[in-house]
Design a protein around this ligand. Structure first.
Ligand SMILES: Cc1ncc(COP(=O)(O)O)c(C=O)c1O
Length: 491
């Protein structure tokens, strides 16, 4: 049939273009340079935004750049100004290394392009996401009726866990009347340790609770929540939304005393939310699992896949012991999306237990890597990270010029270069300079932080490719730079 649409307004993007172009480039060859960058030094190179901008084409996109040219442009830019979380010498923040199966899995996600809002929108995607969630729920020993949902990251997942706590605390009126209706007699508060991640504060902002209504509980000498201080705070406040405990704090990797915290919460019927965004990967190792004892008693748990599960960005699991509270909060029906009341699996919708509607097929890379490598094998790498951290801690204990500030409870430790005869301020400057020089040399990276209000050298080991030699190399660099600085009188 002749095309009834005038030629001038016919689309220029032929559906076949994608395929011809994709077929015309060899994906493996095109991406091989990016692949080789994963483990090459430097890990990071100082840059100014204007220098980076010069490597990116800012002209109005008229089209016509070939895919090869585009890959080449990005590859050149990241080679010049890298930030390689993937490198085994990367010990900064809490950044995932990504697994070798991820590029394939993420390509599949794009090709399929399913919107995993619920079963009817993506029968396979929903089935796979529920499957992965069940494996992870089993790791924390959550009951069969528990449910979960993958979200973009730990920050969003923490917020939704706390939102569900509000639903339980205030009942159905919370959804319609908002928090103000429940703040008349006494202020609603969240209790968490002073070492909790700042996403808890932002959750309080976004939920209208306010940061003034976060009651911070002191920590002990191992940076864990003090149970006696929590007990006092619980006795003092009568409008408690939840207690947030950490299973692996960001700065020192401390695990709060979960069994005692769970005891206090259950006695007072207070929601216990456990932020295991970093630590949960440790659950993959049977040897490490006892360290998380008590997590199985939480009402909600957050575990980031893009931290210690080694997975490429991004995905964080929010687990609900009882998903009914989240459902009370998030269930919606509209003219164009009429939700059926029946609870059959075919009616299941992730958007009824979380705020996102359109959702990427986030669980597919996790399904593929977990089935390909097996949780046990990934768990061995997690355990190896912990052993590297413990090994480094012992080396630090035995070095005269080093002082261990926080021993690893998982795979993070903090220490200071502290030669005799220097005052605290000089030691502060020395450690800051050592950290900066390590970054400049490019083979290792440690990120800035402070513990007990002093700068420390913080080493976070969550890369599946990190081995003892990398830890040894880092230590040698720290000692060499530290001693050179002292010899030059630069402290
Ligand atoms: C303990 C903890 N919770 C939550 C978060 C926030 O996670 P995300 O960056 O995935 O939003 C982090 C980030 O490092 C964290 O360490």
């Amino acid at each position: 049939m002749p095309n009834p649409i005038p030629a001038a307004s016919r689309p220029r993007l032929d559906p076949a273009d994608d395929l011809t172009q994709a077929a015309a480039i060899d994906l493996n060859a095109a991406l091989s340079d990016l692949h080789s960058q994963r483990t090459t030094a430097p890990i990071i190179r100082p840059s100014r935004a204007e220098d980076v901008a010069l490597l990116i084409d800012h002209s109005f996109p008229q089209g016509g750049d070939s895919l090869e040219q585009l890959v080449e442009q990005i590859s050149r830019a990241t080679k010049r100004y890298p930030r390689r979380n993937t490198h085994p010498g990367f010990f900064g923040w809490i950044a995932p290394s990504g697994l070798p199966s991820d590029p394939l899995a993420h390509a599949m996600v794009s090709l399929l392009n399913e919107n995993v809002g619920g079963y009817w929108a993506s029968p396979v995607g929903t089935t796979i996401e529920k499957t992965v969630i069940r494996w992870l729920a089993d790791l924390v020993d959550f009951p069969q009726q528990s449910q979960g949902v993958f979200m973009s990251g730990g920050s969003m997942a923490n917020m939704c866990g706390i939102a569900s706590a509000c639903a339980k605390r205030f009942g159905p009126g919370f959804r319609s009347q908002g928090l103000a209706a429940f703040s008349l007699e006494s202020r609603p508060v969240i209790l968490c340790s002073r070492a909790a991640h700042f996403s808890i504060r932002r959750a309080a902002v976004m939920l209208g609770i306010g940061t003034d209504n976060i009651v911070t509980i002191d920590t002990d000498d191992q940076f864990r929540m003090r149970v006696d201080a929590l007990a006092s705070a619980l006795a003092e406040h009568d409008n408690i939304i939840c207690v947030v405990a950490s299973a692996g704090t960001t700065n020192t990797g401390a695990i709060d005393p979960l069994p005692q915290i769970a005891d206090l919460c259950s006695t007072q019927d207070v929601w216990l939310h456990v932020d295991a965004a970093y630590g949960a990967g440790g659950l993959m190792s049977a040897q490490l699992r006892p360290r998380f004892s008590g997590i199985e008693r939480a009402d909600s748990v957050v575990m980031d896949m893009h931290k210690w599960f080694f997975q490429s960005l991004s995905g964080s699991l929010l687990l609900y012991r009882d998903p009914g509270w989240a459902r009370q909060l998030f269930s919606e029906s509209s003219d164009y999306l009429r939700m059926n009341e029946d609870e059959s699996p075919e009616q299941f919708a992730f958007f009824s237990i979380s705020p996102e509607l359109s959702r990427r097929f986030r669980a597919l890379p996790f399904y593929i890597s977990m089935r390909h490598y097996g949780l046990e094998r990934l768990g061995r790498n997690v355990l190896h990270n912990v052993q590297c951290a413990e090994y480094l801690a012992n080396r630090v204990r035995n070095e005269q010029d080093l002082e261990l500030i926080s021993a690893p409870q998982l795979s993070i430790l903090c220490f200071r270069f502290r030669p005799d005869g220097l005052d605290d301020d000089s030691v502060d400057r020395l450690n800051t300079t050592i950290r900066d020089r390590i970054q400049l040399e490019g083979d290792y990276l440690i990120s800035p932080t402070r513990v007990n209000d002093r700068p420390v050298l913080r080493v976070c080991i969550i890369n599946h490719a990190t081995r003892a030699e990398h830890v040894e190399g880092l230590l040698a660099s720290i000692l060499r730079i530290g001693h050179d600085l002292v010899a030059a009188g630069d402290e």
